[in-house]
Write a protein that binds this ligand. Structure first.
Ligand SMILES: [Mg+2]
Length: 268
């Protein structure tokens, strides 16, 4: 970890000009949900001497601090740019940038209409059992569950089988889409009992707006080359949108070892 405190050149004086290298976290920089290796940190530190680096992850900064930082080392000192929650919150050279939220984006009136509709729909839904917490309000999205998020493991398993057989979630998603066609929302069915609802485009591409804003700073850098490394670079995977975006050069990796091999190949 000796390299963590090393002096880094200012962003506009990195030898590889107008270039930033962005990384997914899980299975790209670290094994899924686990901590980063010292070898990876060393390589990132050396890479940072040459070019701007950042990460973009779906979870929050606390989780990324656990995976990438240590008690002594703040994760925001290890990267030029940190993008927790896909960039809904953002840190640049250790300083927090403005953050975004679902409720600010959608506004109270539209949100109220959406919640009223969803709760009515669930109230009328005839499924074997219901529990509690049908809508979970999160910073960047809402999570909707027809059975309710308080269901036990056994109840979740039973619900999941019922959902697959009766298409409960896909049918509900289609009904919401039809009721609010102009809300600009994206729906993602994941896990056993729920689906996420979030603004279209609020996937990992969201962080690119912070990258693009760099050019407007005094002595700012226009990043004309944006590399992205990620493991879920297939349709339906959470790296797909940014990986396939025309603004980025996408690199698909098999895991942290492969990420290190590809970095060495490209930059050293
Ligand atoms: Mg990943």
């Amino acid at each position: 970890m000796a390299a963590a405190g090393a002096i880094v050149p200012p962003l506009n004086q990195r030898p590889i000009k107008n270039t930033i290298v962005l990384f997914d976290v899980d299975d790209t920089l670290t094994p899924a949900r686990l901590a980063v290796s010292p070898e990876m940190l060393q390589l990132l530190s050396e890479l940072r001497q040459k070019v701007a680096i950042g990460y973009v992850g779906g979870s929050d900064l606390v989780k990324q601090q656990e995976q990438l930082g240590t008690k002594e080392v703040n994760v925001t000192t290890l990267f030029d740019f940190c993008f927790p929650e896909n960039g809904l919150s953002a840190y640049r050279m250790g300083e927090k940038l403005s953050s975004s939220s679902f409720i600010e984006w959608i506004g109270e009136e539209k949100y109220k209409a959406l919640v009223k509709w969803i709760l009515h729909y669930i109230a009328d839904l005839d499924i074997p059992i219901k529990r509690g917490t049908f809508i979970e309000f999160r910073n960047g999205m809402i999570n909707v569950s027809p059975i309710g998020r308080n269901a036990s493991t056994a109840e979740r398993n039973a619900y999941n089988a019922y959902d697959i057989e009766h298409n409960i979630r896909p049918t509900m998603v289609e009904a919401i889409k039809a009721a609010f066609p102009d809300f600009g929302l994206t729906y993602s069915i994941g896990g056993q009992i729920s689906f996420d609802v979030f603004p279209t485009g609020w996937d990992k591409r969201f962080c690119l707006k912070h990258v693009e804003a760099e050019k407007d700073r005094p002595d700012g850098v226009e990043y004309t080359t944006i590399h992205f490394f990620g493991d879920k670079a297939f349709e339906g995977g959470n790296d797909w949108e940014i990986y396939s975006d025309p603004r980025t050069i996408g690199h698909k990796v098999e895991g942290p070892e492969d990420t290190m091999a590809q970095i060495k190949e490209l930059f050293f």
